[in-house]
Design a protein around this ligand. Structure first.
Ligand code: NAP
Length: 278
């Protein structure tokens, strides 16, 4: 009997996930007899779906919107200390001892910044947003010694996250003052995912001594265009996606993930989508 390892991603919506293209390319490159599939799972069905996956012998799963925080409520899932601190799980591993939860988003963001030569230790980092991705990144960069400010549309959420990581919270109304003071600006909101989204901030606030990291990866956002125009380092969300996925694959297989193969698969899938083929 051939037993193929089954991996996947649960979320809703899930149709546009690039993880199957990225992870299947990596599994092939590693010579793993496995496949990775996207499953639409509603928030109310997460517990049933995870129990089903465990019963069917799945090897590993990723969780995305709106399931990362919901997973923390499940008694049988054991979050590791990092996922516990962040309050969200994006990677699940099924083993003989039970079901373990991890969060690799912050790790992915840190590696993407390091790849681009952006130092955060002792630097002033402005995080815009206070959702799941912002939580993971704020927590990880605070651990790395960054001085963090958090600005969010909902100021209460900015203050809550700021309290968690020893930072200061602000409303978006203060961006005019905060952006010029920052060494690195990170957009962790969903603004920019759609062409025509209003700008979060004016391009004139950016300068060539800064780095701008927009974790949106499906298109070149107006924020990144403004950053390039100002001569700043401009970094999109593709490498964060690759590195968070690479870390998940390493947790599941114990093997070094082929980040170059994964990046190529993501960029090809994005190009196909832009050309109307994906
Ligand atoms: P989330 O938990 O739903 O948080 C969304 C954030 O966006 C909140 O801070 C929200 O502010 C803010 N927001 C939404 N619409 C806004 C608007 N019109 N104006 C100002 N702020 C707005 O989502 P998430 O999981 O953190 O994901 C956020 C983004 O990161 C998405 O684009 C996602 O695709 C991307 N992401 C990328 C990676 C990667 O690997 N590159 C990984 C994870 C996520 P309020 O709190 O005020 O509602």
């Amino acid at each position: 009997m051939i037993i193929m390892k089954i991996f996947g991603i649960f979320g809703d919506p899930i149709e546009h996930s690039l993880s199957p293209a990225m992870q299947n390319a990596a599994l092939r490159a590693l010579g793993e007899d496995g496949c990775y599939h996207a499953f639409r799972v509603l928030q109310k069905d997460l517990e049933t779906a995870l129990c089903g996956a465990a019963a069917m012998g799945f090897s590993g799963l990723n969780l995305t919107i709106p399931l990362k925080e919901k997973a923390m409520e499940l008694d049988f899932l054991r979050p590791d200390p990092l996922a516990q601190a962040i309050g969200a799980v994006n990677t699940v591993a099924f083993g003989p001892q039970g079901v373990d939860g991890y969060n690799t988003d912050g790790w992915g963001a840190l590696l993407a910044l390091q790849d681009a030569g952006v130092e955060v230790r002792g630097k002033n980092v402005l995080i815009i947003g206070a959702g799941g991705a912002a939580r993971a990144i704020a927590y990880t960069l605070a651990q790395e010694g960054a001085g963090i400010s958090i600005a969010n549309r909902n100021e209460k959420k900015a203050n809550e996250l700021a309290g968690l990581v020893g930072a200061k919270g602000f409303s978006l109304l203060e961006l005019d003052r905060l952006v010029p003071q920052a060494d690195t600006v990170i957009n962790c909101t969903s603004v920019g995912m759609r062409a025509g989204d209003p700008r979060l901030l004016e391009g004139r606030l950016l300068s060539s001594r800064q780095a701008v990291f927009d974790i949106v990866y499906n298109r070149e956002t107006e924020l990144l265009q403004d950053a390039r125009g100002a001569g700043a380092v401009a970094l999109d969300g593709v490498m964060m996606l690759v590195y968070q996925g690479a870390k998940a694959l390493e947790i599941w297989t114990g093997k070094n993930a082929p980040a170059d193969v994964m990046e190529r698969a993501v960029r090809e899938a994005l190009a196909a989508r832009r050309a109307g083929r994906g």
